[in-house]
Design a protein around this ligand. Structure first.
Ligand SMILES: NC(=O)c1ccc[n+]([C@@H]2O[C@H](COP(=O)([O-])OP(=O)(O)OC[C@H]3O[C@@H](n4cnc5c(N)ncnc54)[C@H](O)[C@@H]3O)[C@@H](O)[C@H]2O)c1
Length: 343
């Protein structure tokens, strides 16, 4: 199915709104792929692309499904449409990149995973932070046990806006941090509890505090809000030896490793002597920066060309969908813990 002339992959992007325009730019800038279609069901949105990109612009994505030239599709539409569009694309034999959250229902996520496996196609979810060089620096520090045993993680994703009408702050903002916690701990959580409140719109939570319990009593806490005076994008990991912080609002020096913690002394006379505070140096590791979106799009294409499982594959999308589902159930039940997979 390769492009005959250039022997490169061919892609179509479905959904050209706020985020879609960035995905279109990112794929268009990559030399290893040919962008053939831009699709949006809204003519006003399509009109904005009239003089941009020398590619076909469509209102209906069905034409892409029949085009043998197209190897892959990026689904960048609103979350509630992801399942139907991604399913159609997989059934038509296309590799699929789908934005977060992969689907709104757990059974839909499972169906996409099964379908991709049956058809031997790549299914990758837009968990952008897994391609952020700083998050990968955190991952290296954790995997090399430089911070000791990881105890807990907390993430803040706060701002004033962008308010969504069709999904709450949990669905809109938390998939990034949920995927990060799963990635950094290297395993899926056991249970979720969450509180959220709807202040601005009926039945749409503006602020959510979500906790995940992982095996070995590790916890991750996520605070998301579009109703907050601060713009915060921060991930903190506390380990038995060191603590590490990624602050994406810092223009430079985004990652800091704190040699802070408590040392246990063997010979002690009092409780104060048993636990000794260690307030050591702060180390700023050099991180080779590159645009996470470019890295994410490259990763998707490479996973097709070199046939490997993408970092944010369908199972990762399913795991995040399970946490979101459990989180929504917990919010509706005043924050009670909900086991992953519990009906
Ligand atoms: N990875 C990130 O950092 C990030 C950031 C923002 C948004 N997103 C995700 O991207 C997706 C889109 O968000 P957005 O902010 O661009 O929303 P948006 O509403 O601005 O754009 C969605 C576009 O999809 C189009 N669309 C809807 N149904 C369609 C269909 N059946 N066929 C063709 N076009 C259709 C709409 O007309 C609209 O233009 C969401 O899943 C969102 O969560 C990801």
């Amino acid at each position: 199915m390769k492009d005959a002339e250039e022997n490169m992959l061919t892609i179509g992007v479905i959904g050209a709104g706020y985020w879609g325009k960035n995905i279109i730019r990112a794929f268009n800038n990559l030399k290893s792929v040919k962008l053939k279609y831009i699709v949006d069901s809204d003519q006003d949105v399509l009109n904005k692309f009239k003089n941009l990109y020398d590619v076909e612009k469509l209102k209906d994505y069905k034409k892409i499904l029949q085009d043998e030239d197209v190897d892959a599709v990026a689904v960048v539409t609103s979350a509630h449409t992801h399942f139907d569009i991604a399913k159609d694309c997989l059934l038509a034999g296309k590799h699929v990149f789908v934005e977060k959250p992969m689907t709104l229902k757990v059974e839909h996520a499972q169906e996409l995973v099964n379908l991709a496996e049956e058809k031997n196609l790549k299914l990758m979810v837009g968990h952008l932070l897994l391609y952020h060089p700083c998050i990968n620096t955190l991952k290296e520090f954790i995997d090399k046990e430089e911070i000791g045993k990881p105890f807990y993680i907390y993430c803040d994703r706060l701002n004033l806006g962008k308010i969504r009408k069709d999904e709450n702050a949990l669905l809109s903002l938390a998939p990034h941090d949920i995927s990060v916690a799963i990635y950094l701990f290297g395993e899926n959580p056991l249970s979720v509890s969450a509180y959220g409140q709807c202040y601005l719109q009926k039945d749409i939570e503006d602020v959510v505090f979500l906790n995940m319990l992982f095996p070995g009593n590790k916890i991750a806490h996520i605070h998301v809000s579009w109703l907050d005076p601060h713009k915060v994008r921060r991930t903190t990991v506390v380990g038995s030896k060191k603590m590490i912080v990624f602050d994406d609002m810092e223009p430079r020096e985004k990652v800091k490793v704190y040699d802070k913690g408590f040392d246990m002394t063997k010979n002690y006379d009092s409780y104060d002597e048993f636990l000794q505070i260690r307030d050591g140096d702060i180390h700023i590791p050099a991180v080779k920066m590159s645009e996470p979106l470019k890295l994410e799009c490259e990763h998707f294409l490479k996973s097709i060309e070199e046939d490997f499982i993408p970092r944010s594959d369908g199972y990762n999308g399913l795991a995040v969908t399970q946490v979101l589902d459990a989180g929504i159930k917990s919010i509706k039940n005043s924050g009670i813990p909900v086991k992953i997979g519990e009906k």
